[in-house]
Design a protein around this ligand. Structure first.
Ligand SMILES: Cc1cc2nc3c(=O)[nH]c(=O)nc-3n(C[C@H](O)[C@H](O)[C@H](O)COP(=O)(O)OP(=O)(O)OC[C@H]3O[C@@H](n4cnc5c(N)ncnc54)[C@H](O)[C@@H]3O)c2cc1C
Length: 590
């Protein structure tokens, strides 16, 4: 088992310090965005800080032992500049299928390249086939010594800048076993057998290298094939369980950035001689956004730790995380935009126009590496297993315990345990009835459970019961009905609620006395927010008010506003972040 550094500074704090003044970083990011320039300076700093070593498993010579740590590191980058995070962390996505399925020699070679800061891209999409991996047209035809690649991969992040690309190409008949995965090395490929396609202009992440690659008779040696012929799609689907989970760090970082920028504005902006935060409406909206972000954080940490503790369940958990995180963060960005007013839209003012940039940047997180509908469709296919698992309360108790303890040790990931379907279902959700009962029992024993928390836990349990009852009525279908997508969305919210309760129960003692944890502030606000979204989706009556919640959002807003102005964490498991120069005391409004 490996644990993040105990005592000393966390890897996230070390990285934060290496990245320098956030005000200067914000200025540079805004200029690169305006000029549609690659964030070279930010990526250079990340290279110097050795971030790429965290993309490489320790078994291959890198520093990746714990995906919670990687989540925290990418979040640190994303909360400054999402474009830089997308550009740099793409190497992890590109290399993940190698860690999942390559032989040791291949993995060593790719690891050496990544450790030397070589960018790696992941080339799946094609102009006529985006998410439809089974029908890709790019072909790899057997050829003496290996294969010959022909076709176009587009749009692909870092297609031009990458030294290596993992490429999915057809090696047989169309269908599940008709594709193989290759590591394409530009440095050894015959000149003229491939060309980079021009940068595509984009609405957000404007500086990123979103381009493509065309192969025209490009030879790749047989040793470049990852895994056996015909296993390409399966390898991709297993690797996506890692990468989709890690993509949540992009949403988490963007959400944190937005919350800090907005909280500083709401705390400092004076309207009719009073700071905006003194108005109940504005405080409530800010608090509700913070509650949503806390829920995303809990779900995401559980998902990343689940990579280790609940590996065979990751086909469910990764789909949940990839659909949930961008959906909730897009929603909270819309609410925060209203608070910022003009400054949500203007460039160059209020922290270098950070908000409008991050909002544009974040829009793509719901699209790439499997869109929200694609992930929901994947979850829907597993409804029968989830229904069975819920009725049996099937839980991997040891794995769950490890999964819900942020900062605790994790077992090494065994990639062979990543499977296309989860036989058990989802332990985080299916253990909720027992957890709710134990929280209720603690109230009876007066064991310091915050007011109203047991009611929330019981109600969440009932709502998840209703979700599973409705899921049981869904007939398997290649093109599921709309109601199935709604149930998938409700299931994601239930997962987040269960994660909140698990993480609260595991961390309550350790965090006692911290403002966000006072009287269960964050967990009550998060459950309230999640339950009211679920009610809307399922067209259930609005949840009854729960004792102690009347002012939870406003209280949370005040804690978050203070934290944003002092650099303290704005979420229950977040890291501190230095306040940009000139933004601590009086943000003024510009
Ligand atoms: C900025 C950016 C960076 C990208 N980087 C990469 C990269 O590095 N590598 C790479 O390979 N690709 C990359 N992509 C491509 C991205 O992953 C594709 O957008 C994705 O594959 C979906 O393709 P599509 O939107 O073109 O169209 P389609 O797959 O044709 O989808 C059209 C619509 O149908 C929905 N849909 C598709 N299939 C299903 C399904 N089974 N169930 C339910 N709904 C479905 C989609 O959600 C979408 O709304 C990138 C895209 C962008 C915008």
């Amino acid at each position: 088992m490996t644990a993040p550094p105990a005592g000393g500074r966390s890897a996230g704090t070390v990285l934060e310090d290496a990245l320098g003044d956030p005000d200067e970083a914000g200025r540079t990011a805004a200029a690169a965005d305006a000029g549609e320039l690659f964030p070279a300076e930010a990526c250079g700093r990340l290279d110097e800080a050795g971030l790429a070593a965290h993309y490489v498993p320790a078994g291959h010579g890198g520093r990746l032992e714990n995906h919670e740590e990687l989540l925290r590191l990418v979040r640190v980058v994303a909360r400054r500049d999402l474009t830089a995070a997308v550009a740099h962390a793409k190497t992890y996505l590109g290399a993940a299928p190698v860690w999942v399925a390559a032989d040791p020699e291949q993995a060593r070679a790719v690891a050496a390249a990544v450790l030397a800061a070589a960018p790696v891209g992941w080339a799946l999409s094609e102009p006529d086939h985006g998410a439809d991996l089974l029908n890709g047209s790019c072909v790899a035809v057997p050829h003496p010594g290996g294969y010959r690649l022909d076709g176009v991969k587009w749009p692909v992040n870092n297609a031009t800048r990458a030294d290596l690309l993992t490429v999915l190409a057809r090696t047989g008949e169309r269908g599940a076993r008709g594709h193989s995965l290759f590591v394409f090395d530009k440095s050894t490929a015959r000149p003229g057998s491939w060309r980079a396609l021009p940068k595509v202009l984009t609405h957000g992440i404007r500086g990123a290298d979103i381009s493509g690659i065309e192969f025209t008779g490009a030879d790749v040696p047989a040793s470049a094939r990852v895994g056996a012929e015909g296993t390409g799609v399966e390898t991709v689907l297993r690797a996506l369980q890692l990468t989709r989970t890690m993509c949540a760090s992009l949403s988490l970082g963007a959400g944190e950035h937005a919350l800090r920028v907005t909280a500083r504005f709401v705390a400092g902006r004076v309207i009719q001689r009073h700071p905006l935060i003194e108005r109940p409406y504005h405080a409530s909206v800010l608090g509700r956004a913070a509650a949503h972000l806390a829920a995303v954080e809990a779900a995401t940490i559980a998902a990343c730790r689940g990579i280790h503790g609940l590996t065979p369940e990751m086909s469910v958990v990764s789909a949940v995380a990839k659909a949930l995180a961008p959906t909730l963060v897009d929603a909270l960005l819309a609410e925060l935009a209203e608070l910022l007013g003009a400054r949500s839209f203007l460039t160059g003012v209020h922290e270098h126009g950070a908000f409008q940039k991050l909002r544009r940047d974040h829009q793509v997180v719901a699209v790439f590496d499997g869109s929200t509908p694609v992930n929901r469709a994947a979850l829907i296919q597993q409804f029968p297993r989830l229904v069975r698992g819920w009725s049996e309360r099937a839980t991997d108790t040891d794995g769950l315990r490890e999964t819900v303890r942020p900062g605790g040790p994790v077992r090494p990931l065994d990639p062979a345990a990543l499977t296309l379907l989860s036989r058990r279902g989802c332990s985080v959700v299916q253990s909720l009835p027992d957890l709710a009962a134990s929280i209720s029992a603690s109230v009876t024993a007066s064991a310091g459970v915050p007011a109203g928390l047991a009611e929330h836990a019981r109600a969440l349990c009932d709502e998840l019961g209703e979700v599973h009852t409705r899921m049981a009525r869904v007939r398997p279908a290649a093109r599921p009905a709309m109601v199935s997508y709604e149930l998938a969305a409700a299931y994601e919210l239930g997962f987040a609620g269960a994660a909140c309760l698990h993480l609260w129960a595991a961390g309550e003692e350790q965090h006692r006395g911290e403002p966000l944890w006072e009287d269960g502030l964050w967990v009550r606000a998060a459950l309230r927010a999640l339950r009211s979204r679920t009610a809307t989706i399922l067209r259930l009556p609005r949840p009854e008010p729960v004792q102690g919640d009347e002012y939870a959002d406003e209280q949370l807003a005040r804690v978050v506003a203070d934290a944003a102005r002092t650099g303290a964490p704005v979420t229950p498991f977040g890291d501190p972040m230095p306040v940009p120069a000139g933004q601590g005391g009086d943000p003024g409004g510009r």
